[in-house]
Write a protein that binds this ligand. Sequence first.
Ligand code: MG
Length: 382
Amino acid sequence: MGRTLSILGSTGSIGRQSLDVARSCGHQVVAITVQRSVALAEEQAREFHPQMVAVTDPQAAADLRLRLADTDIRVVSGPEGLLEAASIPQADTVVTAVVGIAGLEPTLAAIDSGKRIALANKETLVCAGELVMDRAARMGVDIVPVDSEHSAIFQCLQGCHSHGEVKRLILTASGGPFYGKSRQELSQVTRDQALKHPNWVMGAKITIDSATLMNKGLEFIEAMRLYDMPADQINIAVHRESIVHSLVEFQDGAMLAQLGTADMRLPIQYALTWPERTAGPATALDLFSCPPLTFARPDPDTFRCLGLAMECARRGGTSTAILNGANEAAVALFLEGRISFLDIAALVEQALERVPAQGVYTLDDVREADRAAREAVYQSLA
Ligand code: MG
């Protein structure tokens, strides 16, 4: 079934792969949004002919408007442009591939407009999971995960008749580039080493999150929200081969897994075609060339970010928004070369100590927790 897509964050890794899927499966693209990558945005706009392109940076928007002056594609700028693209009437599906809490409000706008959400922004559910899931349920909107682990669980749950049949969810983790290293060794790692993921090619923020294992911590919280499961019914298994993308164990002891290559185009495509499956561009798995599959327990003490995220998952309220805000600020500082690798977890931990967690009742509670967490990170630095 052909879909009409609005792709938020079309020049990032997930955005580009979503366009690959649209190209090979014949989905129509009616809107794209970018932060400031105008050259690639122009190329995408000329190939896919969306009705609008939203560019967050006003100067970049002016540049793109000139570049596309010979077309009838509308270029809008600023954060309102992102909201307009999220609720554009011609789209039936919104791919939320914006990085960080910046994805929250556009996701809510898309839900309010009744779109299917192909969710590729985990920070939205981490920060405001209850609000987002409630609003989606009220609007009768489907949130279909794009994150490979959550897509795997979603696929394993097809045919499951009731929530009570599920005993636990098992999220697999590649372990990232520093698996097996001691804290002493981690204190020496550089930005370039942290940016080299062994199995997946992704954007900078998520690659650093994968190296600290914060990514798995955020995914743990994302899984709780998406599948309405308590923390003690979710486990993490380190699986270095990234072939089993996650598993579900049922009450009778049966365990279902989804296997595939490390190709994000498959979960992206499934989020668009669900409940149907079609041929697509993803590379198929060759069982006979697979390495042996291994599973191990994670080490949340050495990889402190994972431990902190799991504590916040249990605590609930705004603690997960504080965790996320502090992590976004700390990762940006690490990418700028201003703090060391182990400082990321240390700054997040300090922010969690300084900013008191409260209940989440409105979006403002989430915004305030995010702001206070970032401020706490900058204060610790000063
Ligand atoms: Mg993932």
